[in-house]
Design a protein around this ligand. Sequence first.
Ligand code: FMN
Length: 164
Amino acid sequence: MIENCDALFKQISHGVYVVGVSDGIHQNAFTAAWVMQVSFNPPLLAFSINPEHYSYKLLQAGGICTVNVLGQDQFRVAEHFGCSNIKDKMMGFQWQEDKTGAPILTESLAYFECQVSHYTDAGDHKIAVCKVIGAAKLNQGQPLLYNQTGDMDGSSIIYSDNLL
Ligand SMILES: Cc1cc2nc3c(=O)[nH]c(=O)nc-3n(C[C@H](O)[C@H](O)[C@H](O)COP(=O)(O)O)c2cc1C
């Protein structure tokens, strides 16, 4: 029996991140919680991305991204980038660029700049394994945690239909 799956998954600790992507022409960003370090040497991060996201198209085309760490006071930022089909989604935020041209969220606590190494399948998502080629702390603060976002990602409905 799997009971209250949404609440149980939220006991697995995750931070909340804005993943910035670019195909060299267009930029976009989306909120992600399923992000982790997967290697020391070389330094690799991996995140799980729904291939239906607009960001996935840009990620595949450009092969670069940033992982921007959100702080405790950035609940609204997580909510904004957790929505699709927003016209001018990147507007109203300050962005900067470093080596690759992928968008770095200036108000984030820290960022990692990455090149995609490879993808692997994971059910209804793809896992992007990424080499970290740059990283910096931008602001002071404590990271926002996934279990503090409540049902912002709508996962409670998904699990209620889809357990077995
Ligand atoms: C708190 C939170 C965590 C999320 N985590 C992920 C994630 O790890 N992977 C993912 O593919 N989508 C995740 N999402 C959903 C995307 O952020 C959302 O579908 C977004 O609209 C996709 O944007 P895009 O279509 O502009 O690329 C999360 C959403 C929220 C609110």
